[in-house]
Design a protein around this ligand. Structure first.
Ligand SMILES: Nc1nc2c(ncn2[C@@H]2O[C@H](COP(=O)(O)OP(=O)(O)OP(=O)(O)O)[C@@H](O)[C@H]2O)c(=O)[nH]1
Length: 543
């Protein structure tokens, strides 16, 4: 499985990890090779394109963590994108429905449908202790019915007695009824396959689906047919609505194009893969394990993950310390603003919270958009380093100079300074655990009106939580502010969640483990100490 691709990719990537410093050109060259390797593996062109684009974006914006090399960071980014491309989480057969749970098996003739039906039945019986009934709906080929009956007895599963002359829909209904009466947990319906996609085949499967309302519709596709398997899946899904894919003959597929493109093209998870002719040759499809199998660089990936955790802790401590001391200067504010901008402003932030719709509208009405953040950052950048560190020196004439430099009115400078002061107070209050932060935040944006009190108070804490971890009390307070019956979502990235996530404010790229590249905490610059061969820009200057 994936041998060809695995060799190519590990060759390209280990070349990168051996280098001390990387330029953007190095990354571009490596990505060109990755692209070629994926295309040779028969991965769909659109999937390859989006994959390399995402890797490039992340690699170029990445902060290289202390104690790992830029090349190792790239390996981790490629790994995470690969996992995302494969679907993130492992898909499992869902039996969470009233018994008997129907599983409709569809696919082209010779795809391995009947064999796979028996394999799954065996697994559900032996591993999950379910009572499974198998039924063949292939009315055109009596031999197919016999084949299923034989396989069923081989794996120790019952099959529906064959009654000549019945239609597929009649057999399916009889199977469901027999399962109900017989106390079966699962009914697997093996539909007839055709050599090519045809309307009669689709219609029959659609009729069976309408008559039996199966909980799962599994498409069986032959991995060896590469992109044809993907196109077949798309066609079946468009007509029948499949819930998952089983890819067979993965044992013979050294390229992996179908497996690699399936999820990205069809949006449907690969739930299982067939890895041989024997009835036990069925495996779950775990994107993270598959990515590891392809790259063969699991140790580098975990090294980078560990480094990211350490950095998170160090950053959290540093910012917490700064806040505790009340040393929140205009540079810090500027970074906070940049962070909020990235997260889609306050509106975007609140969009992540259930029950905040009303407040979100008010905030949007108040024009707190990204432009405002940008303007405020422009003002700060027009100040001297000293003014940023110590805003108290900004008297009338300096204010005028800054206003001119940023192309705004002096009143804007005053507003910004007021906002900074309120925010610094808020930080201090948070640091010392005092209340009133929400009010401060409301005031800060001139939104402090009565109606906003609760929600904004909570939000204030949330935003404050963008720096150190929010305390359990803060989370409790936020929970209180939400309408009854709603609960707190996981903390958005960068908002004091326990771990770093993708580039601030973007969801992790479909991975369970978040990419560590971005600073987890706002207020922290992109430059970290001790970066190997990095000059601040993407991957440093050429040496
Ligand atoms: N190597 C390998 N062979 C497989 C796998 N799955 C199925 N086969 C073989 O593929 C052949 C066709 O499988 P079937 O299950 O009869 O195919 P089908 O889709 O049910 O075909 P029809 O019943 O004719 O529609 C059989 O020889 C199986 O043993 C697999 O994962 N790996």
């Amino acid at each position: 499985m994936f041998e060809g691709l695995s060799d190519r990719l590990s060759g390209i990537l280990s070349g990168l990890t051996r280098r001390g410093a990387l330029t953007e050109a190095d990354v571009t060259a490596a990505l060109r090779e990755v692209r070629r390797a994926l295309l040779e593996a028969d991965v769909a062109l659109e999937v390859v394109r989006s994959f390399t684009e995402k890797v490039r974006e992340q690699a170029v914006g990445a902060v290289v963590l202390k104690s790992v090399t830029p090349g190792q960071m790239v390996v981790k980014i490629v790994n995470d994108q690969l996992v995302a491309m494969l679907g993130g989480e492992a898909g499992v057969i869902d039996l969470n429905a009233p018994a008997p749970v129907g599983i409709l098996m569809v696919g082209l003739q010779g795809s391995g449908k009947t064999t796979t039906t028996a394999k799954i039945a065996r697994r559900l019986t032996q591993r999950d202790k379910r009572r499974v009934l198998l039924a063949s709906l292939d009315t055109r080929r009596p031999a197919a019915m016999e084949q299923l009956a034989v396989l069923a007895s081989q794996v120790g599963v019952e099959s529906l007695p064959i009654v000549a002359g019945q239609s597929a829909v009649q057999i399916a209904k009889r199977a469901m009824e027999a399962a109900r009466l017989g106390g079966f947990d699962v009914v697997m319906l093996d539909t007839a396959g055709r050599v090519t996609l045809d309307e009669a085949l689709m219609q029959e499967a659609a009729d069976v689906k309408a008559a039996t309302s199966p909980h799962e519709v599994l498409l069986v596709a032959d991995a060896l047919t590469g992109q044809d398997a993907v196109n077949t899946a798309r066609a079946f899904d468009g007509r029948l609505g499949v819930t998952g894919i089983v890819l067979t003959r993965m044992d013979g597929d050294s390229r992996g194009g179908a497996a690699l493109s399936m999820r990205a093209v069809t949006g449907k998870p690969i739930k299982l893969v067939g890895t041989g002719e024997k009835v036990d040759a069925l495996e779950e499809f775990h994107p993270a394990r598959v990515a590891n199998r392809i790259l063969g660089m699991g140790d580098i990936v975990s090294l980078v993950e560990k480094a990211a955790e350490t950095i998170d802790q160090e950053q959290a401590l540093r910012v917490a310390e700064k806040m505790r001391k009340g040393k929140f200067d205009l540079d810090d504010l500027s970074m906070q603003l940049a962070q909020m901008e990235k997260m889609g402003g306050i509106g975007g932030l609140m969009g992540m919270l259930p029950g905040m719709g009303q407040i979100k509208k008010q905030v949007e009405g108040a024009n707190l958009d990204e432009k405002m953040f940008k303007r405020q950052r422009a003002i700060i950048s027009s100040m001297t380093p000293e003014e940023r560190r110590n805003p108290d020196v900004l008297k009338a004439s300096r204010k005028k100079r800054v206003a001119k430099g940023a192309g705004v009115d002096v009143s804007e400078i005053n507003k910004l300074l007021k906002m900074h002061r309120t925010m610094a107070d808020m930080m201090k209050a948070m640091g010392s655990g005092k209340r009133g932060i929400g009010q401060a935040l409301g005031n800060m944006f001139g939104l402090g009106g009565g109606g906003m009190g609760g929600g904004m108070g909570a939000l204030g804490k949330m935003m404050g939580g963008g720096m150190p971890q929010p305390t359990p009390e803060m989370l409790a307070e936020l929970q209180k502010a939400l309408p009854p019956g709603t609960s707190l979502p996981p903390m958005p990235p960068g908002l004091g969640g326990s771990k770093a996530s993708g580039p601030a404010g973007t969801p992790p790229a479909g991975t369970s483990k978040a990419p560590p590249a971005a600073p987890a905490l706002p207020g922290l610059g992109a430059k970290l100490p001790g970066l190997p061969g990095l000059g601040g820009l993407p991957f440093g200057k050429k040496k």
